[in-house]
Design a protein around this ligand. Structure first.
Ligand code: NDP
Ligand SMILES: O=CC(=O)O
Length: 324
């Protein structure tokens, strides 16, 4: 008999077939209030699960007594209780390699859009405000040869530095807990304490995971260290930033603008003050949302699940200490 698995995000047909050749699959396009009870029931016999955008906590894991493999279609894994999975010796697989370059493209797009006011001026053109040669109230800020501060020089941070340094001649400064010799050699990147980075960077780009150490790492005091001419970009996770403090800094004009792919609450509430600020570019968590990257992520997650279910894990495991 084939092992039972549950998929909780719609997969491309060929990848769904690949799973069905090996497993008995109970498939949900997404988990909603309407189908949550069915999902929990299916967890009762699931040996593997694959999907995205679902909190998998200790309480939910208690409903999955025979679970032995979890595969998320994402790089971040802050919506999983990793300790609870590790205690149960369940590997958590993720898909970092499939999206790195795509997310770096997105962050560079936010840098360009905020600095050069692309969205703001495009909207003014559509509103019929372009009546002649533009004056200073349409001008933006240069990107080339400015200083980019990267908070989180991991896979995505490195791909961003590649673009910024070689494509735009930017000086790179970065903050991580451990120095990154590769970044220092390739991009002449300078490692800095966080507060120092915030005070020197023209474009502060945050690409950190969310965990207890990073939650609200960027707060009012830290935002106050930024130059009034500097832009803040976040594509890591919303709660790494105290969003109320960010709104306050933008309202007070202590920073020049923000480019945001992630928010404390997603979808961003329609009454968020961020949505009425012309110097804010808010996009709907689309860091990896290209046809190519989303397919690659799904394919990687399917292969990861198969590897975990067949005791042949070679990488992409968040808690490798559980591998037998
Ligand atoms: N917007 C989107 O669509 C996407 C967002 N993401 C987010 O981006 C995050 C990063 O992805 P990726 O680059 O692949 O991950 P990596 O694990 O490769 O990089 C994480 C980096 O963060 C640093 N870091 C971790 N904790 C801290 C800390 N407390 N202070 C300073 N630096 C820290 C790490 O260095 P060190 O350990 O030395 O501190 C490392 O350089 C993901 O966890 C996810 O949340 C990912 C994909 C898409
Ligand atoms: O935010 C997206 C991810 O893959 O993590």
């Amino acid at each position: 008999m084939k092992p039972s698995i549950v998929s909780y995000k719609q997969l491309p047909a060929d990848l769904q077939d690949k799973l069905e050749q090996r497993f008995s699959v109970t498939a949900f396009d997404a988990i909603t209030d309407e189908n949550r009870a069915d999902f929990i029931k299916a967890l009762g016999k699931a040996e593997g699960i694959i999907g995205a955008n679902q909190n998998i906590d200790r309480k939910l894991l208690d409903q999955a007594p025979v679970l032995r493999a979890v595969s998320t279609i994402s790089a971040g894994y802050d919506n999983f209780d990793v300790d609870a999975l590790t205690e149960r010796k369940i590997p958590l697989m993720h898909t970092p390699g499939a999206l790195t370059e795509t997310v770096a493209d997105t962050i560079m797009a936010l840098v360009l859009a905020t600095g050069r006011r692309i969205v703001d001026v495009a909207e003014r053109v559509k509103a019929g405000e372009w009546k002649g040669s533009v004056g200073e109230n349409w001008f933006g800020t240069d990107i080339h040869h400015k200083t980019m501060g990267i908070i989180g020089m991991g896979r995505i941070g490195t791909a961003l530095a590649q673009r910024a340094h070689f494509g735009f001649g930017m000086k790179i400064v970065y903050n991580t807990r451990n120095r990154n010799p590769e970044a220092e050699n390739r991009f002449d990147a300078i490692h800095m304490e966080l507060d120092k980075l915030l005070s020197v960077a023209d474009y502060v780009c945050l690409i950190l995971p969310l965990n207890p150490q990073t939650r609200h790492l960027i707060n009012a005091e830290r935002l106050a260290l930024m130059k009034p001419s500097a832009f803040f970009i976040n594509a890591g996770r919303g709660p790494v930033v105290d969003e109320a403090a960010l709104i306050e800094a933008l309202q007070q004009g202590t920073i020049a603008g923000a480019g945001l792919d992630v928010f404390e609450k997603e979808p961003l509430p329609t009454d968020s003050p961020l949505l009425s600020m012309p110097n804010v570019v808010a996009i709907p968590h689309i860091g990896s949302a290209t046809f190519e990257a989303r397919y690659a992520m799904a394919a990687s997650a399917v292969d990861n699940l198969i590897a975990a279910m067949t005791d042949s894990i070679e990488g992409n495991c968040v808690n490798p200490q559980v591998i037998r």
